[in-house]
Design a protein around this ligand. Structure first.
Ligand code: NAD
Ligand code: DAU
Length: 346
């Protein structure tokens, strides 16, 4: 059992669900959250947990070693769960530099912090949250942990570089690390730039629903609460040095997924939202298919995705419809203008 967890990126989508999960599951532990509060991070995502007795929220940037050193000296966490990242592929195509500094340099800063903490805490663990995108397109079968990396976008390349640094610290310094690579997460609190919230927002406004290319790209969809349970399992019971692939098996083309979201919207609000779908220019370097072999985490840690896709999508659509203020605050007009030009939609 860990006494204190340092969670980076805890004001973002997955990080905020993880903080809620850890704070409620381990009430005697301290959760220290570092987040730079970029356009993607808001303490509001933590709800009442932002003010919980066992949660400490620190506004800080993982590129700032002095700040990290201060946090280490004050809190001495015995686990680091690293999620802070620039996470959006389109942004990485638009402006790649932040992806290098946050995802690669920031990760290396945290690994250095981890080295110091591991000297004092025998149970210390560094859990690094990564993505299926590092493997590039998987045209048939499933990606395995030892599938060679072939990242296509600047985002995927920065995550791949970060994964390599994490493994190098395990090999060179014996840092006790665990890596998880997961697929597309969905659920409440996901930023509007991502496919599902973007489609809900635009559908309700009567705008076109831009589908990149032919919309036949396949993605695997996992509910965020299933994902944070997997992180918890891997952190507490995972083998040191192991990589766990965390998927749901729910694979759909983008067109299929958007049609499902539209039909839920039709049931709730009336209308025929799928008629708003419009094929646009394709995303440059757009990977055709991702698919993960999650058998290791099933067998070793007895973790399984539990939230059925239709139920998860219904909950997600309902959350966005009920949280108009959250949606308004998450709008990013600068990126939207670039996206509309890049993909040629109104
Ligand atoms: P997100 O963009 O919603 O949240 C990222 C958080 O990191 C934000 O709160 C942001 O403020 C913070 N952040 C960004 N730069 C920072 C910096 N320099 N210092 C401190 N904090 C900083 O992302 P997410 O979807 O929650 O993804 C979390 C992690 O999971 C990322 O590492 C991402 O690569 C990985 N991941 C996400 C998915 C997915 O489908 N969302 C899938 C696979 C892996
Ligand atoms: O696969 C895991 C990855 O999933 C994570 O590592 C990333 O952090 C996360 O952002 C997500 O990346 P994607 O690029 O898959 O997510 P996004 O929601 O941007 O797009 C999902 C798919 O939908 C992708 O094939 C592109 C397509 N798309 C997206 C948008 C926003 C469209 O066709 N139209 C759109 O308007």
């Amino acid at each position: 059992m860990f006494e204190s967890f340092l969670v980076t990126g805890g004001a973002g989508f997955i990080g905020s669900h993880l903080v809620r999960h850890l704070a409620s599951t381990y009430p005697a532990a301290k959760i220290i959250v570092i987040d730079a509060l970029t356009y993607a991070g808001r303490w509001e995502n933590l709800g009442e947990y932002a003010n919980a007795d066992n949660v400490v929220c620190i506004h800080g940037d993982i590129r700032d070693l002095t700040m990290l050193e201060r946090v280490r000296a004050e809190h001495e966490p015995d686990a680091i769960v690293h999620l802070a990242a620039e996470s959006h592929v389109d942004r990485s195509i638009h402006r790649p530099a932040d992806f290098v500094t946050t995802n690669v340099v920031g990760t290396t800063n945290l690994l250095e912090l981890g080295r110091q903490l591991a000297e004092h805490h025998t149970r210390f663990r560094f859990l690094h949250v990564s993505t299926d995108e590092v493997f590039g397109p998987i045209m048939t079968g499933n990606a395995e942990a030892d599938t060679p990396y072939q990242p296509s976008s600047p985002y995927a390349a920065s995550k791949a570089a970060a994964d390599h640094f994490v493994r190098s610290f395990a090999t060179t310094y014996n840092l006790p690390v665990v890596i998880t690579n997961t697929c597309n997460n969905y659920g409440p609190n996901q930023h509007l730039e991502k496919l599902i919230p973007f489609m809900i927002l635009r559908a309700r406004r009567g705008e076109t629903l831009p589908i990149y290319g032919d919309g036949e790209q396949v993605r695997e969809w996992l509910h965020v609460r299933d994902h944070v349970r997997a992180i918890d399992c891997a952190l507490h019971r995972g083998t040191i040095g192991a990589t766990y692939l965390v998927g749901s098996g729910d694979r759909l083309t983008n067109k299929q997924l958007v049609i499902r979201v539209c039909s839920i919207l039709d049931e709730r609000c009336g209308g025929h939202h799928a008629s708003q779908m419009q094929l646009t220019a394709d995303r440059p370097g757009h990977d055709r298919r991702y698919a993960l072999d999650s058998s290791r985490i099933h067998q070793e840690l007895d973790w399984h995705a539990e939230i059925e896709l239709d139920a998860g999508l219904r909950e997600t659509v309902a959350w966005y419809l009920d949280n108009a203020e959250w949606m308004e605050a998450a709008r990013t007009p600068d990126l939207n203008a670039w996206i509309a030009t890049q993909y040629g939609h109104e």
